[in-house]
Design a protein around this ligand. Structure first.
Ligand code: AMP
Length: 214
């Protein structure tokens, strides 16, 4: 199963992707995680991407398209994958189609997780991420058992640099201007499945499973 998760920043794509990979045993491919890893390794690409990420802007299409092209050709993608945070522009979606054609693959479902903007700001400004395993928590809605410590692996929790209110508002605008047109794009292709993104993590997961199992 090849899946795209669409939705604004903080809509729960990463959280839901982690549940899907556990159940379906297919990789989550997050361009945001790939860029953050490149930055942690201080590669040229990572340092260049940081300039955009810090402002909440999109990294240039060519950069992320190159990353995805390389990633999808790897062996663990043969059984399927979950694209989380890619594509984010129509140009990226068109490039993805070409890459998939070459690989003889296709997207089965595009799941759009819908949450209103004020809720997204609340979720992101309280979000804490594990430096070690990437698990996500929220200081109020999904607090870790011990302050600052990951329940899953004991790693240190931190607040992403782009999860402050000003950058979040910019990310929301970027989403509306550049990513939301993908909803129409995939609707026209008959691939769009819309899921309300309010409620508990398990409720939302149940809705996602219902739409992908048809
Ligand atoms: P995310 O972890 O998906 O919220 O992404 C964090 C940041 O990484 C975004 O705000 C962008 O700066 C950058 N980024 C991630 N994925 C993409 C993409 N597909 N296209 C452009 N920039 C991206």
């Amino acid at each position: 199963m090849n899946l795209i998760l669409l939705g604004g920043p903080g809509a729960g794509k990463g959280t839901q992707a982690k549940k899907l990979i556990d159940e379906y045993q297919i990789p989550q491919i997050s361009t945001g995680d790939m860029l953050r890893a490149a930055l942690a390794d201080k590669t040229e690409l990572g340092l260049k991407a940081k300039e955009y990420m810090d402002k909440g802007a999109l990294v240039p299409d060519e950069v992320v398209i190159g990353l995805i092209e390389e990633r999808l050709a790897q062996g663990d993608c043969k059984k399927g994958y979950i694209l989380d945070g890619f594509p984010r522009t129509v140009k990226q979606a068109e490039a993805l189609e070409k890459v998939l054609d070459k690989l003889g693959q296709k997207i089965d479902h595009v799941v759009s997780v819908e949450v209103d903007n004020e809720e997204l700001v609340k979720r992101l400004s309280g979000r804490r991420t594990c430096r070690n395993c990437g698990a996500m928590f929220h200081v109020m809605f999904n607090a870790p058992r011990k302050d600052g410590v990951c329940d899953t692996c004991g790693g240190e929790l931190y607040q992403r640099g782009d999860d402050n209110e000003e950058t979040v508002r910019n990310r929301l605008k970027v989403y509306e201007d550049q990513t939301a047109p993908l909803i129409d794009y995939y609707m026209k292709k008959g691939l769009l499945r819309t899921v309300p993104g309010m409620g508990s993590i398990d409720d939302i997961y149940g809705r996602i499973k219902a739409v992908i199992q048809g």
